[in-house]
Design a protein around this ligand. Structure first.
Ligand code: FES
Length: 161
């Protein structure tokens, strides 16, 4: 039976040195995951597996940390990053509905990347423009007073690029 294999990821010498340096210290997992993300832009599964072996930490614990801290990504970032604000003002004005609509439209949840590699979806807490709530950004460009109906046009603008 065909088995999907993880693409081999070679840990860089710099990363190996960093792991060696932090291996026995308190808080090592978070520090090492930060370094991994700095190196790859996310935490590849293959690297998480290697860390599990090297640090003698269960893989479930590594993914527990990755999912608990929104900063960490378990999938490769897409070409465009969508950040939906779920801060209080945006939440009260329907930010969650915007997020749900995007999840359906893109077929990914928060922290995910579409299969075609076009979009990553994130949620954030307050983008600092609460007067425009509900708000989202695409690659840092702000879209305010959002309505679900506007989303297809906004996405189309980035899809063609
Ligand atoms: S709560 Fe969304 S921009 Fe402030």
């Amino acid at each position: 039976m065909f088995e999907k294999k993880e693409a081999a990821v070679q840990l860089t010498a710099g990363l190996l040195n960093y792991i060696e340096e932090w291996k026995a210290k308190d808080g090592n997992l978070i520090m090492i995951l930060h370094q991994v993300q700095e190196e790859y832009g996310y935490v590849p599964r293959e690297v998480a597996l290697q860390l599990s072996r090297m640090l003698n930490v269960p893989l479930a614990r590594i993914y527990g940390v990755i999912t608990f801290y929104h900063f960490f990504r378990a999938s490769k970032p897409g070409k465009h990053t969508i950040a939906v604000c779920l801060g209080t003002a945006c939440y009260l004005k329907g930010g969650e509905d915007i997020l749900k609509e995007l999840e359906v439209n893109l077929g990914v949840g928060v922290g995910g990347t579409t299969d075609d590699g076009q979009f990553s979806l994130e949620s954030v807490r307050c983008l600092g423009c609460c007067g425009l709530s509900p708000v989202m950004t695409v690659d840092g460009e702000v879209y305010g007073t959002l309505k679900k109906e506007k989303l297809p046009d906004i996405l189309a603008k980035y899809r063609v690029k």
